[in-house]
Design a protein around this ligand. Structure first.
Ligand SMILES: Cc1cc2nc3c(=O)[nH]c(=O)nc-3n(C[C@H](O)[C@H](O)[C@H](O)COP(=O)(O)OP(=O)(O)OC[C@H]3O[C@@H](n4cnc5c(N)ncnc54)[C@H](O)[C@@H]3O)c2cc1C
Length: 568
């Protein structure tokens, strides 16, 4: 199943919209020039299409297996991973002193998008390693960093995020895995974790499990959790491998999609672990990783949406069916297919641009604004992935529902993205309660002012007018929900999910406005301006409905008692 990376769209965004040159002018990126950024993006596209994509469909068919306590990845996976590592891709945006290339986050965003578009299941392995590096760099002792980070940055060793337990999903504070201090300063960890991506596998000889657990005697709830590094294989003092640690996969889940990515139940039976950072600061320390992962999951959504759009666009040009006049034409000639493809383009392009804007804010050190956008990017891009994958099936008709074209796999793979790394419901609560409520809407106002500042050049145009109106609605609904929350939190939170989508819809409109303004007077520029107009006409009107839905009286949700709400 071929994958065509959207190189032109990515380069246009980087060069013309989000200002890659001004990022590269920062001293920390003095070693990267615009040509090497472009070369990296083009080469990442080739890696995605030539190395990653070919294993995607077979890995989905065969899946990972658990044999005698060891997880085996599907055929072709390990070879693709080795080639990916040989190219230095796991360390693209990691520090040079640890063997990385210290490229900006915008370069990583391009790599992540295209690798995810080629195979989400594959891309989850390097992403966990990168997230582990971020935690270790922020919270590990220097000697631990010196041993682990270069191996993780090269991809020679891998990482996992080990948080979820059977009774502790969104409410991670209920985690029961225990850590008992040992005489040598290490801890013995015991418990059961579930749903751990790449909890075990045969692609690397060592793995950094980053585990949340409760030190014996620590308080209940989220405040009592600490963070640990638990090696898959114990390490001797001289840096060689010792015996296998007491952490192992006891089961892999049968699931809807991402079959190439083993989702493991993990048993820890007195496993040796090392405290990362201060005790009882586990959640705060884990957030280093969770933030990285939110953008990564958003880029999973963008990658899948892009791949689905590519397949649908190609099919629509090739499939011939008669029109209303009877003449047989490619289905792309039919109005309904055109509308569908334009919607897919508008959603995918808007989500992509918002994610790259967020990556750019991280590169510019504007972490508050980036932090504000992260839950929006995660939730909106993942929802778009599901919608665009579904539309791609529709464009294929019955041929989309069968496996041959690979679009049904995209739909199955996409469906996890609104769930993991904090469900989209939790992202919506985070946006309203923490990102807006707890900073008195300061960052929200800042962002709205930025959007307002960009309206001038497009004043009078469809997209400019639609964004101006959308911005007004966003402000109005924000103040109303904040007022409601001040009186009763649940009254405000009842609108959290449509509110987040409203924010995302306006912000994607802002990105289309910027794209339309930046587009040149050529064929590609015409395409951008037309899709921007379509976004304004077809998608921006959803803001009105979303505003109404966000303001549905909260009391309606609580009029019926829980028993009656859940009655069928
Ligand atoms: C394929 C896969 C891979 C995964 N990989 C990993 C991994 O590598 N590491 C890891 O630690 N975990 C992983 N997870 C776990 C994943 O992060 C959790 O499934 C997710 O956080 C949700 O937890 P839960 O499944 O227990 O759902 P629950 O928390 O039970 O949520 C159920 C529903 O209730 C809603 N809900 C819950 N609490 C609230 C609230 N306070 N307010 C509003 N709504 C709420 C949720 O939004 C959701 O709709 C993975 C899961 C899957 C399926």
């Amino acid at each position: 199943m071929t994958y065509r990376p959207p190189i032109d769209d990515i380069l246009f965004l980087l060069r013309e919209v989000i200002g890659a040159d001004s990022i590269l002018a920062r001293p920390e990126f003095a070693h990267v020039d615009p040509e090497s950024l472009e070369a990296a993006v083009r080469q990442a596209g080739r890696v995605a299409s030539d190395i990653v994509a070919p294993m995607n469909a077979p890995a989905d068919r065969i899946g990972a297996t658990l044999e005698n306590g060891v997880v085996r990845l599907p055929p072709g996976f390990v070879e693709a991973y080795e080639a990916f590592c040989d190219g230095g891709w796991p360390g693209l945006a990691l520090p040079e002193e640890y063997g990385g290339q210290a490229m900006p986050e915008i370069a990583q965003a391009a790599l992540s998008e295209m690798s995810n578009g080629a195979s989400l299941a594959f891309s989850m392995l390097p992403v966990c390693g990168r997230a582990a590096v971020r935690v270790l760099l922020a919270h590990a002792e220097p000697d631990t960093q010196a041993l682990w980070v270069p191996k993780l940055a090269s991809g020679e060793w891998s990482g996992t995020i080990v948080m979820t337990e059977p009774h502790a999903g969104s409410d991670i504070g209920q985690a029961r895995t225990k850590a008992v201090p040992q005489a040598d300063g290490s801890y013995a960890l015991t418990g059961t974790k579930i749903f751990i991506s790449f909890g075990d596998h045969d692609a690397t000889p060592q793995n950094a499990h980053i585990v949340l657990a409760r030190i014996e005697g620590a308080p209940e709830g989220v405040r009592g959790l600490s963070l640990f590094l638990v090696p898959r294989v114990t390490m001797e003092a001289d840096g060689t491998f010792g015996p296998r640690n007491a952490i192992a996969a006891s089961r892999i889940e049968e699931k809807m999609g991402i079959h190439g990515s083993p989702t493991c139940e993990m048993r820890l039976d007195g496993a040796t672990g090392y405290l990362l950072g201060e005790p009882e600061r586990g959640i705060q320390n884990m957030f280093t990783m969770i933030n990285t992962m939110r953008l990564e999951v958003a880029l999973e959504g963008v990658g899948i949406a892009g791949a689905a759009l590519d397949k649908a666009a190609r099919y629509a040009s090739e499939r011939v069916q008669g029109g209303s006049g009877g003449a047989a034409t490619a289905i792309v000639e039919h109005a309904d297919i055109r509308r569908t493809l334009l919607r897919m383009k508008a959603l995918t392009g808007g989500a992509r641009a918002l994610c790259y804007e967020t990556a750019a804010l991280l590169d510019r050190g504007r972490s508050e604004e980036a932090g504000f956008l992260l839950p929006i990017c995660k939730a909106v891009a993942s929802e778009i992935a599901v919608e665009v994958a579904s539309l791609a099936i529709q464009v294929h008709g019955g041929h989309g529902y069968i496996s041959e074209h690979g679009v049904e796999q995209l739909m199955r793979d996409a469906r996890i993205t609104p769930i993991y790394e904090g469900t989209n419901g939790i992202q919506a609560v985070d946006l309203l309660l923490r990102k807006i409520g707890r900073d008195d809407a300061r960052t929200l106002s800042l962002l709205c002012e930025r959007v307002e500042g960009d309206l001038e050049p497009a004043a009078g145009g469809e997209i400019g007018d639609a964004v101006a109106a959308g911005l007004g609605e966003w402000r109005r609904v924000s103040s109303l929900l904040l007022e409601r929350m001040a009186a009763d939190v649940n009254q405000g939170l009842s609108g959290a999910t449509p509110y987040l989508r409203l924010a995302g819809t306006v912000l994607m409109g802002w990105m289309w406005l910027r794209m339309a303004v930046a587009a040149k007077d050529d064929e590609y520029g015409d395409e951008i301006r037309t899709v921007a107009r379509f976004y304004a006409a077809d998608i921006m009107p959803e803001v009105d409905t979303l505003a109404r839905r966000a303001l549905v009286p909260g009391e309606l949700l609580y009029t019926l008692d829980s028993e009656r709400v859940a009655r069928v």
